[in-house]
Design a protein around this ligand. Structure first.
Ligand code: GLC
Ligand code: MG
Length: 686
């Protein structure tokens, strides 16, 4: 049929070929008419259509049929029924899909973020790697050594301060928060380091110091000259220049926390060195400055902050004397942090609101997928553990992702099984439910655990760190078992040790031991390193230990791998099994997961035989997956006789579906309850 033909001729040809056509067309025109006509006419059309349908049942649909014919055919059962079935099938499938999606979302436990999974590794930049041979580590040096983290499967690196600083407190006295100190490099070096870290899948956590600046900071100079904008940026008060102690407050580094400033003719507060004046965070302008600085670094792309000395951020405005611990002590002998109850200089009301404000800024920068910005707070609250827990925030208001858990730093006080359990439990039993724990065994302020607890416990401590629930923190060198260096009074660098060498933090800040070459590979160009290299470096170093499967480093790597690949460690229950003078034993298990892990760690002074026959959930025979004493790998013990040497830690893997936690709920913790469906390999909320 050609379109050039006129309508009459078209109709004629069609009628000859298809006898049903004419009637259908007639019916069609009637139907058309009925759309503008009465109900009666519509009925008539329907009758006519039905008649046509009856009459032309043999006629097949054909290409180009007019809509009336199409309607005629499509209303027949053979077309209508499959169509309706298809329609309802689609509706049902869509609903089922929506229901399944909602169920999966509702049943899935929350995803773990990067800071849950990886340990946090602390780099003290002066001591990690010196690229330019001036004896002090730098940013380029860190960049050279990024593969060290990848080798260990560590994905988060916290770098202690590298801002421009007069280095009175080695970077914790900041002269310019927006600049890099030339000793460490420049802003371009920082940016290159960050790009390189991100390229390698590493996260960079900055140190941030909201409590104080250097006395060389521009704000302080403007404040002491009473610049109208800056005059209240610090905590100033009138005092007698001859006796500049407006009250009895003391600095963390000893003696009065007040210093008289000749320029301004007033005293200023410093909770640390006199070169570290405390900011007046009661002044909203100062808080805004801090927020701007946080934003400055978040804009650059850093992945989080370690917030320094947060409990000191606010002081009571009334400046009253703090109560003495020993009320009979003559006031002039009240000179140390331990002489006073810090009712007016720490943990003041308003502190948490401020941190939450900082957190909110970080949340604004956390919206892009995979760009979560992490916050950890530093606050030593000692026996007031509930004060530390406040930094977790509330279920509705977020604060830090976790406050540093410093309690394991006390392990050397009484290295034993029950003491280890006590310290672990201090955190676990006080942590708000659903929160994520973390563990610190060393940092730039505390003696290295290998020295304070003793060399024989180094491996066991790493084993515990990496098998407890939550995020481990590793201070540089702990992965190879570095120890303190000896420092004589004349070698002291740390201001905290200038008057009393025993308070110096230099021993734990010695250069990282990379290899057996000159200066342990910390640098090659110079004889001088800012602190001496530890004499053990020829055996205790990364290169040597990398080649030795039984080394502290290889064990660290193995345990960190296990921790990140085995669900019971990341998502499972943590249960105390036993603790005595020697042994601390606990297990990790996940509902529905056949494999569970039992740790038996001997923190005692001699060999020990542990009888776990009363623990009916454990199989009778236990095979050691890994021992810190490699000779005992794969050894099989009867559960009534598990033998360990002093300082030996065992990871025992066993298979069972009998879980320990339902029978011992008071001994067990889990941050976010989840179960495992082994057949399909998925986790679900339970
Ligand atoms: C933190 C740091 C410490 C520093 C102090 C003052 O405690 O860890 O090294 O001296 O703050 O900034
Ligand atoms: Mg303060």
């Amino acid at each position: 049929m050609s379109f050039k033909k006129n309508n009459g001729q078209m109709e004629l040809e069609e009628t000859i070929r298809n006898p049903g056509y004419k009637d259908a067309v007639d019916g069609g025109s009637a139907a058309d008419a009925s759309s503008s006509g009465t109900g009666e006419r519509r009925d008539a059309t329907a009758v006519k259509l039905d008649a046509a349908a009856d009459e032309y049942t043999q006629v097949k649909p054909y290409a180009g049929m007019p809509k009336e014919v199409l309607l005629l055919h499509s209303s027949r059962a053979r077309y209508r029924v499959p169509r309706e079935i298809l329609f309802w099938l689609i509706v049902c499938c869509t609903l089922a899909l929506v229901a399944v999606t909602i169920t999966i979302i509702a049943l899935s436990p929350p995803c773990l973020r990067w800071w849950h999974i990886t340990p946090v590794y602390q780099v003290y930049p002066r001591s990690f790697k010196d690229s330019d041979g001036d004896g002090v580590g730098d940013l380029k040096g860190i960049k050279e050594k990024l593969d060290h983290f990848l080798d260990l499967n560590i994905k988060a690196v916290w770098i202690s301060p590298f801002y421009r600083s007069p280095m009175k407190d080695f970077g914790y006295d900041v002269e310019d928060f927006r600049d890099v100190d030339p000793l460490f490099g420049n802003m371009q070096d920082f940016e290159e380091l960050l790009v390189e870290m991100h390229n390698k899948g590493l996260k960079l956590i900055m140190d941030f110091i909201p409590n104080h600046t250097s006395d060389r900071h521009r704000w302080f100079n403007l404040s002491r000259t009473r610049d109208p904008q800056y005059k209240d940026y610090y905590v100033w008060t009138d005092c007698d220049p001859a006796f500049p102690k407006p009250n009895n407050w003391v600095s963390i580094f000893g003696n009065s926390s007040w210093t008289y400033d000749e320029v301004r003719g007033q005293c200023y507060l410093h909770q640390f060195l006199k070169e570290q004046p405390d900011l007046n965070l009661r002044n909203p302008d100062v808080v805004q400055e801090i927020i701007d600085l946080i934003s400055f670094w978040l804009e650059k792309g850093v992945d989080g902050f370690r917030m320094d000395a947060v409990k000191h951020m606010l002081e009571a405005a009334h400046l009253r004397d703090e109560p003495q611990v020993d009320p009979d002590k003559p006031p002039e002998l009240v000179t140390t942090e331990w002489d006073l109850y810090h009712d007016y200089t720490t943990s003041q009301v308003g502190l948490h609101d401020m941190l939450r404000e900082f957190r909110a800024v970080m949340d604004d920068y956390s919206r892009e997928p995979g760009r979560y910005r992490f916050m950890v707070t530093e606050s030593y609250d000692y026996e007031e553990v509930d004060k530390t827990m406040m930094y977790y925030g509330t279920p509705l208001i977020k604060e830090s992702d976790f406050p540093f858990n410093f309690y394991l730093l006390d392990l050397p006080q009484n290295t034993s099984g029950w003491w280890a359990k006590h310290l672990v439990d201090l955190w676990m039993s006080n942590m708000p439910s659903g929160k994520w724990p973390n563990w610190v065994v060393g940092n730039h302020d505390r003696p290295r655990i290998g020295s304070s607890a003793g060399r024989i416990y180094v491996r066991a401590i790493n084993l515990m760190l990496l098998t407890l629930p939550g995020t481990p923190t590793t201070y540089y060198g702990e992965e190879i078992g570095m120890e303190n260096i000896n420092i004589t009074q004349s070698q002291v660098q740390d201001p905290a040790g200038k008057y009393n060498v025993s308070l110096s933090r230099d021993p734990e800040r010695s250069p990282m031991q990379w290899n057996s070459e000159k200066n342990a590979g910390f640098n090659t160009q110079t004889n001088n390193t800012w602190l001496p290299v530890h004499p053990s470096y020829e055996t205790v170093n990364v290169e040597v230990q990398n080649k030795d499967e039984g080394s502290v480093l290889s064990q660290y790597r193995f345990l960190n791998g296990l921790r990140q690949s085995e669900l019971p460690f990341l998502r499972g229950w943590f249960c105390y099994v036993l603790s005595d003078t020697n042994v601390f034993s606990y297990l990790r298990e996940l509902d529905g997961h056949k494999e569970a892990y039992l740790m038996v760690i001997n923190f005692g002074r001699g060999p020990s035989t542990t009888d776990l026959s009363a623990v009916k959930e454990l199989p009778d025979e236990l095979r050691v997956l890994m021992s810190t004493n490699t000779a005992n790998n794969q050894k099989v013990f009867q559960k009534s006789r598990i033998q360990t040497e002093a300082g030996e830690g065992l990871v025992i893997r066993y298979s069972t579906y009998t879980r320990f936690h339902p029978n011992h709920p008071a001994q067990c913790y889990v941050s976010e309850k989840a179960c495992y469906l082994e057949t399909v390999g998925i986790l679900y909320k339970c």
